[in-house]
Structure formats: C-alpha cells, structure tokens
Write a protein that binds this ligand. Structure first.
Ligand code: NAD
Ligand code: LMR
Length: 333
C-alpha cells in the first residue's frame, strides 16, 4: 500500500512543558497512528525562540521515522499555514493558589488573535483542540473570532479529567484501567466539572458490570471521588510546583486520536464541544459532553438518563461557563 501523505500538526506553546512532552508523542505516531507521517509546526513567542530551537534540535536527534519535517517559528502565520490539526497549548499556566479563571485575561486575548490566523491559513477542515486554560472559554473565543471554521471542528481538552476519573475507579477497584469505560466529564475543565460514573462500567470475567454496583460506596462516588477528580490539577500543581504535563500531553493525543480515527464500539469519551442544547445545556457554550467519534466527526451521546443529583451539578458547571464567557468578553473590551 502507498505511504500516506504527511499530516501537518501545529502545537502552540511548543517550548513549554506540555509541548516538550507532546511533540515526541506526535512524532512517534501516538496521536495519529503508527502509519501516519507528520510534519510538526511548533509556535512559541520570541522570548522562547532559543528554547524552541533546542526542541527542534532534539526532534532531529531522535530520528523519528514518521517525522517528515519540523517548522519551529515565532510567526503565527507561518505556524498556522496548511495545518490539518492544531493543538493550542500556548498561554500562561495556573500557579499554586490560582483558579483557572485567574489566567483568563492573559489567555483569551491570545486566542482571539490566533483564531484569525487559523481561519486564514489552516488547511480546510482543520481540527482544533484547545488545551490552554481556561480551555473551554479559550475555545469559545477562538470559535467566535474564527467564524468560518465550522463549530464541529473546535474542541477543548477534558479528556485529561476523563482519564483521571478512569484512573481513580481503576485504583479503587484494583482493576486494569483499560477495563473501565464510559465515565463522563460534564461541563467546564475546572473545579466545577461534574465527573459522572452513573453510566460507567467495568469489564469483568462475568461481563460488563456497572461501576456503582462494584464500588458499593455511593458516599465515596458522590463526594470523595468527584472532589478528587475536580481537584486533581491543583493537587499536581501543589506536588510538582508545576501544572500537569505528561498526563495532559498524553490525553491530548487520546482526544485527537479518537476524534480522527474513531472511538471503539460501545465506548464514549469526554470532549469539550459546542453545545447544541443537548441535555438542557445552554447552546453557545463549549461544554464537555459524552461523545462517540466516527469518520472524523464527534456526536454527543443522546438519551442518557439524568438524575436530580447530576442535573444540579451539570447546571452549576454550565452556570460557571456562562459567567466565564461574560468575563472573557469583558477582558477583550
Ligand atoms: P508552560 O508555561 O510551560 O508553556 C506555555 C508556553 O506557551 C510557553 O513556552 C510560552 O512561551 C508559550 N506562549 C505564551 N504565549 C504564547 C503565544 N501567544 N503564542 C504561542 N505560545 C505562547 O505551560 P504548560 O504547563 O505547558 O501549560 C500550557 C497551558 O495548558 C496552560 O494554560 C495550562 O494551564 C494548560 N493546561 C491545560 C490542561 C487541560 O487539561 N486542559 C492540562 C494542563 C495544563
Ligand atoms: C490540569 O487540570 O492539570 C490543568 O488544567 C492545570 C490546572 O491549572 O489545573
């Protein structure tokens, strides 16, 4: 079979910590598949240009067979030109004691200006994943200031929270993380998110069993588990004095891989996507939903029963996103 054409993948903030973990994963085929050649476009700001060049040198030194070229630049137009996938990591991370909202004013103005560059120069049908915080609201600003990019092509990362939820269940039950599926992260990538296990299952020797039936501790599932997942980003900042990087990079690869190559049969994942009003979530927010992906498109899983406990938590995180949206616009005035 003829070799595939290379795909161009943009990583902004590529000289930063997530960038440093992410670019080798992309070059190894973890994001787009072991048979998919890639050309990496790496963008950072002028003060980071020397470090960015160092990352480029390391990519060359690693001799990745799938890596067919590297563009390392501080020019946003050069960075965005012809890209098929854009992973937007560039921005300022949260420090200990800060909420994600606190990094709002610095980051939303970056996303407004980079929206225009992507709209004008990316390949048609470019898929965009926003990682930088506040991720949902940065993605919304990008969508609003790049009106010709279809809303189905703009998403934000909540797969890290999803994976954190899988990890907590797997530790609690002492089962393989790959045997746990269909947790849901609803809402914002923030401490208001709602990690929901009501539809999650575990593969056992006697078939798939609901997580609630196996854990047998609703008090933990409704309180400790939720708080641990909501606060995991802060716990990592406290421990490392830096925000999560390897898990963020790995989850960004999971997000794009499933979006491009499809989710396994019977499995859904969490993605921050433009709300169409499903589950009573106000339209016009980028909100994390359970989705399945097929043929390069995501679809919100419909018809899941929502109890009163979940409803309240889903509404609270939607409310926070509406407030963030208003705050973002006030920062841009
Ligand atoms: P970092 O500070 O190590 O790296 C950020 C990089 O972005 C730096 O190299 C910086 O120079 C660059 N940058 C700043 N402004 C830029 C611009 N206008 N254009 C291009 N590059 C620019 O930070 P990090 O730890 O890599 O985190 C990056 C972002 O990801 C932060 O906002 C962080 O809060 C967020 N994050 C999100 C998730 C998630 O799950 N959504 C997880 C972890 C971190
Ligand atoms: C995370 O969830 O690890 C990141 O969003 C970093 C943060 O600010 O919590």
């Amino acid at each position: 079979m003829a070799a595939k054409e290379p795909m161009r993948v943009l990583v902004t903030g590529a000289a930063g910590q997530i960038g440093y973990a992410l670019v080798p994963m992309i070059a190894r085929g973890i994001m787009l598949g072991a048979d998919q050649p890639v050309i990496l476009h790496m963008l950072d700001i002028p003060p980071a240009a020397e470090a960015l060049n160092g990352v480029k040198m390391e990519l060359v030194d690693a001799a990745f067979p799938l890596l067919k070229g590297v563009v390392a630049t501080t020019d946003v137009v050069e960075a965005c030109t012809g890209v098929n996938v854009a992973v937007m990591v560039g921005g300022f991370p949260r420090k200990e004691g800060m909420e994600r909202k606190d990094v709002m004013s610095k980051n939303v103005s970056i996303y407004k200006s980079q929206a225009s560059a992507l709209e004008a120069h990316a390949a048609p049908n470019c898929k965009v994943l926003v990682v930088a915080n506040p991720a949902n609201t940065n993605a919304l600003i990008l969508k609003e200031f790049a009106p010709s990019i279809p809303e189905k092509n703009i998403s934000c990362l909540t797969r890290l929270d999803h994976n954190r939820a899988l990890g907590q269940i797997s530790e609690r039950l002492d089962v393989q993380v790959s045997d746990v599926k269909n947790v849901i992260i609803w809402g914002n990538h923030s401490s208001s998110q709602y990690p929901d296990v009501n539809h999650a299952t575990v593969k056992t020797s006697s078939g798939e069993k609901p997580v609630r039936e196996l854990v047998k501790d609703d008090e933990w599932l409704n309180a400790g588990f939720i708080a641990t997942v909501q606060q995991r980003g802060a716990a990592i900042i406290k421990a490392r004095k830096l925000s999560s990087a390897l898990s963020a990079a790995s989850s960004a690869c999971d997000h794009i891989r499933d979006w491009v190559l499809g989710t396994p049969e019977g499995t859904f994942v969490s993605m921050g996507v433009y709300s169409d009003g499903s589950y009573g979530v106000p339209a016009g927010l980028i909100y994390s939903f359970p989705v399945t992906c097929c043929g390069g498109e995501w679809t919100i899983v419909q018809g899941l029963p929502i109890d009163e406990f979940s409803r309240k938590k889903m509404d609270a995180t939607a409310q926070e996103l509406s407030e963030e949206k208003a705050l973002a616009y006030s920062c841009l005035e």
